[in-house]
Design a protein around this ligand. Structure first.
Ligand SMILES: [Fe+2]
Length: 67
């Protein structure tokens, strides 16, 4: 069984890999179809997900600094 700290760190990695990766791919696909406005929206969401990831990562590391 993983510790709470390990589980939270995995959740942080999943957010980066899943959410940021998803919106990066969606933006590329939209751009390839010539849907530039949609691609811009996906890039804006991607930037928000990157901020979520950084904030979450900092919070987890602070909370489990002793581990
Ligand atoms: Fe998020």
């Amino acid at each position: 069984m993983e510790s709470d700290a390990d589980n939270l760190r995995q959740a942080v990695r999943d957010e980066l890999n899943d959410d940021v990766g998803l919106y990066t791919r969606l933006a590329s696909e939209a751009e390839a179809r010539g849907e530039n406005t949609l691609a811009e929206h996906f890039r804006a969401i991607k930037a928000q997900e990157e901020r979520h990831h950084a904030t979450f990562e900092q919070a987890v590391e602070k909370a489990f600094k002793a581990n």
